[in-house]
Design a protein around this ligand. Structure first.
Ligand SMILES: *Cc1c(COP(=O)(O)O)cnc(C)c1O
Length: 470
């Protein structure tokens, strides 16, 4: 094999080795993606058993790279979930756009550290371009700032930390210097249908998972603005664009006007729903949303980028450096944005490369078309499921559909049957204390054909389990 002796890597060897491996990976990846539409959405038991072939003792001597990749292709690929395909409706797991996948390969080859502009001029410049594009696409304040992190969980945490530090600094307390012990109180308001990871983020930010004021939600999971408490500031409100089960949007205009009368920071978790801002047809869902202080979304959900890509946009860029500067926290920036001093991560992947490529390839109309296709497929599934005799539980305003059979036991059997059948994949959830099946359309590949094929499979499973009459 081509193992370099004495740790000295010949440059000629390295070049050939790289080419050999990348060509092989290209072949494997194309084969994998070609097979996606025909293979079961979740791996069969044999594929799981074969994963044992990857559980080897760490070899003493290095092994051939090509042989190593061969093992991944042979045993790893069959044990993947086909979430990159057209019929995976679990969680809100997006697929991957061709241009995003390709740009992520290019970006990996470049191996840029986007922590500081000096480490990667291309990452620095593309961060600025992508910042402008995202703010424009979503209609958010053009001088807002962008932070890229691993996902909505970290993006929400980052926003909460920035909000916390700003609000407490206005109250005369320096959290970065003195921590939270002894700090003036900060009220945190969330809706009853808050995403579980938002509570985790609040815990990580030192604000407490249970110390929150929880505002009741309506039947769709929207925060009830009429139930917002009469509070004095400082207040941090966490609203939601896209409830994870129903896809519902909080009443932002009312929440914002409540917040304006207090010393409040309004944060919006729009892990998948924020993209509604890019489509004029969905304006009724997002009224007032643009007046918040910070907004989060994911690149790896509806936009269909590779993992992992969390996007935070903040109204005032200076709120980031206060919390995240690694040195001399209060010095003004030497220059513009520096990821290392504006977010929680130091070294980091240049996620902006892939975002740039995806947005440029899609264009404004392409983003809208992608979103509409996902939402239309969700509507189509909802209509078909209802016609077939299942109960659709939510107003299908976005990409999410919730269904149940007339008995909880039958709903659970239906979910198990759908997963076993593996034409498509839907997960379970709890909806108002009872089980429901969640259908989340999050792939660019899901069109009428995939929706119809999935619908047929789900209704077949429903008849087989007695969830609907056969
Ligand atoms: C998915 C999701 C999150 C968490 O996002 P990650 O990318 O998994 O960290 C947070 N909030 C909502 C509403 C979500 O749908």
């Amino acid at each position: 094999m081509g193992e370099p002796r004495n740790g000295l890597i010949g440059l000629g060897w390295a070049q050939k080795e790289t080419e050999r491996l990348l060509r092989e990976v290209l072949e494997c990846a194309i084969r994998y993606l070609d097979s996606l539409e025909e293979r079961p959405v979740s791996p069969p038991p044999q594929a799981l058993q074969n994963l044992g072939h990857l559980e080897q003792a760490l070899p003493e001597r290095g092994r051939d790279g090509l042989e190593t990749l061969g093992l991944l292709d042979k045993y790893g690929a069959p044990a993947t979930v086909a979430s990159a395909g057209s019929r995976y409706f679990g969680f809100v797991n997006g697929a991957v756009l061709p241009a995003a996948l390709a740009a992520s390969w290019m970006s990996s080859a470049w191996d840029q550290n986007a922590g500081l502009p000096v480490m990667s001029p291309v990452a620095d410049r593309l961060h600025e371009v992508v910042r402008g594009w995202l703010l424009d696409l979503l209609g958010l304040p053009e001088d807002g700032e962008l932070v890229l992190v691993s996902g909505a969980s970290m993006a929400n945490t980052t926003a909460l930390i920035a909000a916390r530090d700003r609000l407490l600094s206005q109250a005369g307390w320096d959290v970065q210097a003195d921590g939270l012990f002894g700090a003036p109180p900060l009220q945190v308001v969330v809706g009853e249908a808050v995403h579980s990871t938002m509570l985790k983020s609040l815990g990580m930010a030192g604000l407490g998972r249970q110390r929150v004021i929880m505002v009741p939600a309506d039947a769709q999971g929207r925060m009830r603005a009429d139930a917002l408490p009469d509070l004095e500031g400082p207040v941090l409100v966490c609203a939601q664009a896209g409830e994870v089960n129903s896809g519902a949007f909080d009443p932002f205009a009312e929440i914002i006007s409540w917040a304006r009368r207090r010393q409040a920071w309004v944060h919006v978790d729009g892990a998948f729903g924020l993209w509604a801002l890019s489509d004029p047809d969905k304006a009724h869902l997002v009224e007032g949303l643009r007046h918040a202080d910070s907004w989060v979304t994911d690149g790896h959900k509806l936009l269909n980028l590779t993992y992992d890509c969390g996007i935070l946009l903040v109204r005032r860029g200076e709120d980031l450096r206060r919390s995240f500067a690694a040195t001399a926290a209060y010095l003004p920036p030497d220059r513009g944005f520096e990821a290392l001093h504006h977010g929680p991560q130091g070294s980091q992947r240049a996620r902006q490369i892939e975002i740039w490529a995806a947005l440029r390839t899609l264009g404004r109309s392409g983003v809208r078309a992608l979103l509409r296709r996902q939402c239309r497929s969700a509507e189509m599934l909802a209509e078909g499921l209802a016609e077939g005799g299942l109960e659709v539980l939510n107003e299908v305003v976005f990409n999410q559909v919730l269904v149940r059979a007339h008995e909880d036991e039958l709903t659970l059997r239906l979910i198990a049957a759908v997963q076993q059948d593996a034409t498509c994949w839907c997960g379970p959830t709890d909806w108002h204390g009872r089980p429901a099946m969640r259908v989340s359309v999050s792939s660019w590949r899901t069109g009428p054909q995939a929706a119809q094929r999935s619908l047929t499979a789900i209704l077949r499973c429903a008849r087989q389990t007695g969830a609907i009459a056969s």
